[in-house]
Every structure is written in structure tokens, then in C-alpha cells.
Design a protein around this ligand. Structure first.
Ligand code: OGA
Ligand code: MN
Length: 275
């Protein structure tokens, strides 16, 4: 029986893990299975003021599975999330304030992400999470039947044009290099549960009138992310949060982008295609 204790952070999503420090995270044999199991059940694990450095965050991630490599960074297992112009990916973070799941343009999206706050914004810059399993479960039976047939086209221009509706020809060409990816609206997971797949990259519903499809996607997103269904994390430097990227959507809340807010993210590679 595990003696890891925790407290719920909201009705639908998230727990705070208590009594776990970096040493325990890296050395307790129970930790990997416990975390993966809790992640599946609660979606978000918060380790408040853990103060794990990059090496500890990566070592923890490796205990849980294979890590995604981001070759544009000196430490390729740590992605820097910031608007610092020197950050090679800064231009792609502009739409992080729209609900999304990471890697929705890939065939197999990330399994989970682990993110620590290094520098926080003076005002705003919280991160919000909402369960897309709960979103599916809340559908009517008629909707479940209807949505089982639908497919959604996801694209980089779909997401980037939200942050930048008037791209330069070069930007538009950059976006167009990413493949358009079709996913079913309903993800039947290997764990037997179903979730909805929507969010920032979702451009339109396949074989549906464009406006009707957009309205449907917006309605589903609004229902899933109504304030009482969301866990909003207000960061303290040193907090580490891990989220299940398969049954959740997340977004960054508004902040002054000229501020040096900086998060360090380590990502567990996906194992299951959306299907
Ligand atoms: C991400 C992300 C949100 C934030 O790193 O994938 O969406 O609050 N971050 O920075
Ligand atoms: Mn993200």
C-alpha cells in the first residue's frame, strides 16, 4: 500500500502530491507506477515548490518513459517556454493561450509533459487544464453516437493564425510546411475510456459545412472548459506540474509577453495514436 499522500485541486482535475521531495522522486521505487496511475486518474500532478533543476526533472522523466528530444535546445530534453527572442521556438508559443494538447499535429501526440516554473509573470501567466475525458462523458447519448463518425482536420495554420491573423508570405509558407493531420473527434483510448479531441489546431470538421464545423468545435471547447471544469494553476517559482496530455487540454493565461516568464518542459513521448 502506497504511503504517498495527496489532495485534490478541483472537482474534475488535478491533485497536489504531498511529502515528495526531489530525492524521493528520483529514488523511491514506488514513484513511477504511482505517478503514471495518478496521472491517468487525476490528469494533473502538482509538486509545489519542488525546486527540481533540469537534471532532476529529466531524471524523473526518464523513470516514467521515453523522452522527446528537442534538438534546437542545448539540453534537448528540456524545452524552454518563453518569449525571449533568443529562444529558437519562441514564435510557436504565441498560440499557447488557446486550449490545446501538445503534438496534435503528430500522428502520436505526447503522452505527458512535466513543466517547472523558472521565472514567473508579475501578473497572469497561470496555466489552465480541463479534462477531455470528462468532456466526452458529459455528452448526451445522441451526441456520442453522432460524434463517433466525425473527423477533424488539424493544421499549423489553423493554430498560428489565431495568434497572427495576418501572416507574412514567409510565415504562411512556414506553416504550410507542417502536414495537415486528420484525427477522429472521439479518441477511443487503450485504457477503455473516450475523450474528445479539439483545440487550437482543429481547423474544421471533415465533410461538414465550414462554419457549422467551426461552431461545433467551439461549442465543445466551451462546454469542456467552462470555469467550473478547469483547474487553474497559479505558479510559484520552483513548482513542477505534470499533466496527462492525452485526456486533457491546457492553455497559458494572458500575461505581458515582454516579461521574462520562463518555464522548462520535459515531454514523455506518446505511445498511442489518436484513434
Ligand atoms: C506548453 C504550454 C503553457 C504555459 O508548454 O506546452 O502549453 O503556461 N505551456 O506555458
Ligand atoms: Mn502546450
Amino acid at each position: 500500500m502506497s504511503d504517498i499522500t495527496f489532495e485534490k485541486l478541483s472537482d474534475n482535475v488535478g491533485i497536489e502530491v504531498l511529502d515528495v521531495d526531489v530525492d524521493r522522486l528520483l529514488n523511491d521505487d514506488e514513484i513511477p507506477a504511482w505517478c503514471l496511475d495518478a496521472l491517468d486518474t487525476y490528469g494533473v500532478l502538482l509538486f509545489r515548490e519542488l525546486n527540481a533543476d533540469d537534471d532532476a526533472q529529466v531524471a524523473f522523466g526518464r523513470r516514467l518513459g521515453e523522452l522527446v528530444k528537442f534538438p534546437q535546445y542545448a539540453n534537448p530534453e528540456v524545452m524552454e517556454i518563453s518569449f525571449d527572442p533568443a529562444n529558437p521556438s519562441a514564435k510557436y508559443f504565441g498560440a499557447n493561450d488557446h486550449w490545446h494538447l501538445d503534438g496534435s499535429l503528430d500522428e502520436i501526440p505526447a503522452k505527458a509533459s512535466i513543466m517547472s516554473a523558472r521565472v514567473i509573470a508579475a501578473v497572469g501567466g497561470e496555466t489552465e487544464f480541463a479534462s477531455t475525458y470528462a468532456a466526452y462523458d458529459a455528452l448526451t447519448e445522441t451526441e456520442k453516437r453522432r460524434f463517433a463518425e466525425l473527423r477533424v482536420a488539424h493544421s499549423m495554420s489553423g493554430v498560428q493564425s489565431r495568434a497572427n491573423p495576418n501572416p507574412t508570405p514567409k510565415q504562411a509558407a512556414d506553416w504550410a510546411r507542417w502536414p495537415v493531420r486528420e484525427h477522429p473527434l472521439v479518441w477511443n483510448h487503450e485504457n477503455g475510456r473516450c475523450s474528445l479531441v479539439f483545440g487550437a489546431t482543429a481547423a474544421h470538421v471533415v465533410d461538414m459545412d465550414l462554419d457549422e464545423g467551426k461552431a461545433l468545435l467551439l461549442d465543445l471547447e466551451q462546454r469542456a472548459t467552462a470555469p467550473d471544469r478547469v483547474y487553474r494553476h497559479t505558479w510559484t517559482v520552483g513548482d513542477m506540474v505534470m499533466w496527462d496530455n492525452r485526456g486533457l487540454v491546457h492553455r497559458a493565461c494572458e500575461f505581458d509577453r515582454s516579461e521574462p516568464r520562463r518555464m522548462h518542459r520535459t515531454t514523455l513521448a506518446g505511445e498511442e495514436a489518436i484513434g
